[in-house]
Design a protein around this ligand. Structure first.
Ligand SMILES: Cc1ncc(COP(=O)(O)O)c(C=O)c1O
Length: 439
């Protein structure tokens, strides 16, 4: 039986219905039910404003007006204050970090320069960002459009865990460009009032990225679909934002072009320190909607309720480390150096893998950005090649589907790339018959 909604949720829903019927209609059942309880949080906030002598509200420990701490922990983090290492962070994240990340997004996405939008919300890595979006927006049976080549976690989360119905289009067309016709067709097949779309450029697993024209075509298709009365949540996975190596592709997120494209389209950018700041395990991600003011306050309250029920906030220490690093004078320079290293590897991987001598063995999917290059093996089963590569050469790759083999050149030194690619060629050639795919 459906529980009655809490009065705070009812009030918030009414507000959202008035402020943005589109966002309200995209909310999942949980999204409609969730709210941030006022109890303890409100009582603590009141005390901060009014109590001038003793504060016995918070579930923390204080001594001599400071957080109590252990020297054995503090010594490990000498450059951070006890507060910035060990205090509870705000549910939606450290405000200074959110402000800095917003500035970072603006700088990297010039189309957003004069657009007012909310502060990004901090999540425990990008995966939690997706999970929060799934809670807020996805009901079992909702339609999600994904390409056939994807980061596998999307299916695990949206389909297996949340019960979304996934419709796929083939990522590449026959000339190995983004399959805009297939994308459009899949959109137009949907007659539901609500649609979820997930876009990811630079792309995992291929490293493909879109040109300005392709980006505009994608946005136009989404606008056409919205014109038919559909409300659309577009999730933009920008895990590899910034790692564009090729001048022919757009060096900006498609999120910028989606912002304000149609009143029925709600874009949300999911990005993070994970790859951009080379801080995979710190688990700092961000969710950015293109709203401001009251609509965003409503969404933030819903997000706070959801975050409160799982991690209760991303780790304070991780947020403080990223914040401090981003303010450091060496930050830009160090990032530039790493970028150059990855760019050199990307170019080398492409040059070697596309060598004519391998043309009979595989086709290389176009790769302009990110961490990966991906081979489409002509006659071999990718999983069998992967296993032989591992057992005979001790080389690890990822097999995807029947014939795709993903190489993360991001974790190979420049001079190791050739060895890996030539080992793949040797495996494919020496086991050609055994590994043939039934064509
Ligand atoms: C396309 C894509 N999105 C998201 C992520 C995950 O990000 P996080 O580690 O911050 O959860 C990855 C990680 O490999 C990825 O490839």
């Amino acid at each position: 039986m459906m529980q009655p909604l809490n009065p705070i949720a009812v009030e918030l829903n009414e507000l959202m219905k008035n402020l943005s019927p589109v966002v309200y209609s995209l909310f999942s059942d949980l999204g409609k039910r969730i709210y941030l309880p006022k109890g303890i949080l409100r009582q603590s906030a009141e005390v901060q404003e009014k109590a001038d002598s003793l504060n016995a509200t918070r579930a923390i420990a204080i001594k001599d007006n400071q957080l109590m701490s252990l020297d054995v922990l503090r010594q490990l983090i000498p450059d951070l204050s006890v507060e910035s290492a060990f205090a509870y962070p705000p549910i939606l994240g450290n405000t200074e970090l959110r402000t800095l990340w917003q500035a970072h997004i603006r700088k990297e996405n010039p189309l957003l320069e004069n657009i007012e939008f909310n502060l990004p919300v901090v999540t425990s890595g990008m995966t939690q960002g997706f999970s929060i979006l799934a809670d807020l927006f996805v009901n079992s049976g909702d339609k999600l459009i994904l390409p056939d080549m994807i980061w596998g976690n999307y299916r695990l989360l949206f389909e297996t865990k949340m019960g979304a119905e996934v419709s796929t289009y083939t990522f590449f067309n026959t000339v190995k460009k983004f399959n805009i016709d297939g994308f459009k067709r899949t959109l137009l097949e949907h007659t539901d009032e609500k649609l979820l779309i997930l876009l990811n450029f630079p792309h995992n697993p291929t490293g493909y990225s879109i040109t300005e024209t392709e980006a505009s075509e994608i946005v136009e298709s989404i606008v056409d679909c919205a014109d038919c009365g559909c409300n659309i949540l577009v999730m933009v996975d920008d895990a590899y934002a910034g790692f564009w190596y090729d001048s022919e592709v757009m060096h900006e997120s498609i999120f910028s072009k989606l912002v304000g494209c149609h009143p029925n389209v709600v874009p949300v950018k999911i990005d993070g320190a994970t790859k951009e700041e080379y801080a995979w395990g710190l688990r700092v991600g961000f969710l950015t909607f293109a709203f401001k003011d009251q609509v965003m306050s409503g969404i933030e309250e819903k997000l706070s309720g959801i975050i409160r029920t799982n991690t209760s906030g991303a780790a304070q220490l991780s947020q403080s480390i990223i914040l401090k690093a981003m303010k450091s004078s060496n930050y830009e320079e160090e990032k530039r150096k790493n970028y150059e290293i990855l760019k050199t590897r990307a170019e080398k991987a492409k040059l070697i893998a596309t060598n004519k001598k391998y043309a009979g063995l595989w086709e290389v999917y176009p790769s302009h950005a990110g961490y990966f290059i991906c081979l489409n093996l002509r006659l071999s089963n990718a999983e069998k090649v992967r296993q032989a590569l591992l057992h005979e050469y001790g080389i690890g790759t990822i097999s995807l589907g029947e014939r795709d083999l993903r190489i993360a050149y991001s974790c190979l030194e420049e001079d190791e790339i050739e060895e890996v690619i030539s080992a793949i060629a040797q495996i494919v050639q020496s086991h050609k018959i055994e590994y043939s795919v039934n064509l």
